[in-house]
Design a protein around this ligand. Structure first.
Ligand SMILES: Nc1ncnc2c1ncn2[C@@H]1O[C@H](COP(=O)(O)OP(=O)(O)O)[C@@H](O)[C@H]1O
Ligand SMILES: [Mg+2]
Length: 220
């Protein structure tokens, strides 16, 4: 398969439960069992969207890199490898300066009562501006798809974790894929929505926390 990076030994990688970092809409994200600089994303279920997500992200990633070179604000993808949970997409593991796995904006604003919401909004806003300035089209800007890397000096740096949305075009005629004016307008709207969602999730964090606990209990 194109982009196959294999596993070295030819055996599938074993993704045990304790390697699980998080689950997204359609995928589970695990730490790589032997390389701490990498993660592996696998489909969370048999549904076609979950199965297609890795292929979409790989395609989105390669298109992005072809246009913009090696951007520092995205999690880089390396290709596919077999795992005991299906074909996985290997990507850089985004970590804080102290080595901890960086949290998504969502995890910070919902679970960390001490977070500085104004600072997070400012970082998200300047991330959106940066993307706009450089015409980097990432349309799936939601708080679960962006990590905030905690830097040595205490500052935050935003990194896009989920690049599959570039080819998730719901428009009847996908103008924003190829016409700059429409793409910029869409990026401005997406940045505005990102800031609104951050405010909303933070204001309603008790509700979102309760939901997560319920899910965890029902997972048992
Ligand atoms: N490269 C990465 N480094 C660290 N954590 C990640 C990385 N990619 C994803 N994650 C974690 O896994 C979650 C789900 O990943 P995502 O790519 O958004 O999957 P989905 O396609 O299901 O939305 C993210 O919200 C984040 O917490
Ligand atoms: Mg996602």
């Amino acid at each position: 398969m194109e982009g196959d990076v294999g596993t070295g030994s030819g055996e599938p990688l074993i993704l045990s439960d304790e390697l699980l970092i998080n689950r997204g809409r359609g995928r589970l994200c695990y730490r790589h069992p032997v390389d701490r600089s990498l993660v592996i994303k696998v489909p969370a279920g048999p549904g076609s969207a979950a199965q297609a997500a890795n292929r979409k992200e790989w395609r989105g990633y390669r298109d992005l890199i072809r246009r913009h070179g090696r951007l520092p604000c995205v999690s880089h993808c390396h290709g596919f490898a077999a795992t005991d949970r299906g074909i996985g997409l290997i990507c850089d593991c985004i970590r804080d300066a102290d080595g901890a796995i960086a949290r998504s904006i969502y995890d910070i604003i919902v679970y960390d009562d001490a977070c500085d919401i104004e600072r997070i909004l400012a970082v998200a806003d300047s991330f959106g501006r940066f993307l706009l300035e450089h015409d980097i089209r990432l349309f799936d800007l939601n708080p679960k798809n962006i990590a905030l890397v905690q830097e040595q000096d205490g500052g935050y740096r935003a990194v896009a974790l989920d690049l599959k949305g570039r080819f998730d075009n719901n428009e009847f005629v996908p103008l924003s894929s190829y016409i700059g004016f429409f793409a910029r307008r869409k990026m401005r709207r997406r940045t505005r929505q990102l800031l609104e969602r951050i405010r909303f999730f933070h204001a309603n964090r008790d509700r979102y926390r309760a939901r997560q606990q319920y899910r965890r209990r029902s997972d048992l």
